[in-house]
Design a protein around this ligand. Structure first.
Ligand code: PEP
Length: 252
C-alpha cells in the first residue's frame, strides 16, 4: 500500500535557534499523535545535520531542499548528494518551481539531480506543475507530462519506485489560492496514469503523489480525501508546528 506523506518545505526561513525550536515542537507534538502519514521536514541546508539528529530519536524524517547535480568539485556554494548522505538525509526536493524559475533549472539538470540522489539512496521528492498562463491556455496536462518525461522517465522501474511526486500548480504556491480538490484529483489521476503507462499499474498504485500549493489546516482534509492525493508538500503552513501537525492529522 502506498504511503501518505506530509512534507514541510521551510524554504529560506528561520535562524538556527528558531529552526531547532520548530523541529523540537514538531517532534514533541508527533509523540502524542497517532498519525496516518509519514512526516518529513525540509529545513535549510545549514540545519540538516541538527535536524537529522532529531530524526535519530523520533519518527520524523528529514529532507533537503536541493542538491547539486555534480558529485564533488569546484562548484562554490553547492551541496552534494554524498554530503547529504553523510548526515543521513532520506529525502530531497527536486525541481521546485522556485528553483526552476529563479535558478533556471532545466529538465536535463533535474534528471541528473534525480540520478545522483538515487545513487546515494536519497529519495527525490520531484515537483511538477504548471504556471497560471499554461492552465489558462489549457496546456497544463502537457506541461506536467513533459516535466515527468524529460526528468524522470529515463529511470528504470526499480529506480522510479524510490520517488515521491509532488504536483504543485505554480499559481497556488504561496498565493493563498489553492487548487480545488477536483483540480488536484484530476491532475493526480493523470500523473498516475502516465506512471502506469510507463511503468505499469503496480508501480503507479505504489507511487505517492503529494499536492502542494497553499495547503493549510483548513483545506488539507478536502484535498487529502481524494483517492489519488496522498498528502501534501507544505510551504508557509509548515513554519508553525501546530498548523503543520494539524495538516498531518487530515487523513481519514
Ligand atoms: C511550496 O513551496 O512547495 C508550497 C507548497 O508553498 P505554500 O504551501 O506556501 O504554497
Amino acid at each position: 500500500m502506498r504511503k501518505n506523506i506530509v512534507a514541510g518545505n521551510w524554504k529560506m526561513n528561520k535562524t538556527f535557534s528558531e529552526a531547532e525550536e520548530l523541529i523540537d515542537q514538531i517532534v514533541v507534538g508527533m509523540e502524542e499523535l497517532s498519525l496516518k502519514c509519514e512526516v518529513i521536514a525540509c529545513p535549510p541546508a545549514l540545519y540538516l545535520e541538527m535536524a537529522s539528529d532529531y530524526a535519530e530519536e523520533s519518527r520524523i524524517k528529514i529532507g533537503a531542499q536541493n542538491v547539486s547535480e555534480h558529485e564533488k568539485g569546484a562548484y562554490t556554494g553547492e551541496i552534494s548528494a554524498p554530503m547529504l548522505a553523510s548526515v543521513d538525509i532520506e529525502y530531497c526536493i527536486v525541481g521546485h518551481s522556485e528553483r526552476r524559475k529563479y535558478f533556471h533549472e532545466t529538465h536535463e539538470q533535474l534528471a541528473k539531480k534525480v540520478d545522483i540522489l538515487l545513487d546515494y539512496d536519497i529519495k527525490p521528492i520531484f515537483c511538477c506543475g504548471e504556471v497560471l498562463e499554461e492552465r489558462e491556455k489549457e496546456i497544463h496536462f502537457d506541461v506536467v507530462k513533459k516535466q515527468l518525461e524529460e526528468s524522470l522517465f529515463h529511470l528504470n522501474k526499480d529506480e522510479f519506485s524510490n520517488l515521491v511526486i509532488a504536483y504543485e500548480p505554480v499559481w497556488a504556491i504561496g498565493t493563498g489560492k489553492t487548487a480545488t480538490p477536483e483540480q488536484a484529483q484530476e491532475m493526480h489521476a493523470y500523473i498516475r496514469s502516465l506512471i502506469a503507462g510507463k511503468y505499469g499499474d503496480d508501480t503507479a498504485e505504489e507511487t505517492t503523489i503529494l499536492y502542494g500549493g497553499s495547503c493549510n489546516p483548513g483545506n488539507a482534509k478536502a484535498l487529502f480525501a481524494n483517492k489519488d492525493v496522498d498528502g501534501g508538500l507544505i510551504g508557509g503552513a509548515s513554519l508553525k508546528a501546530d498548523d503543520f501537525l494539524k495538516i498531518a492529522q487530515s487523513f481519514e
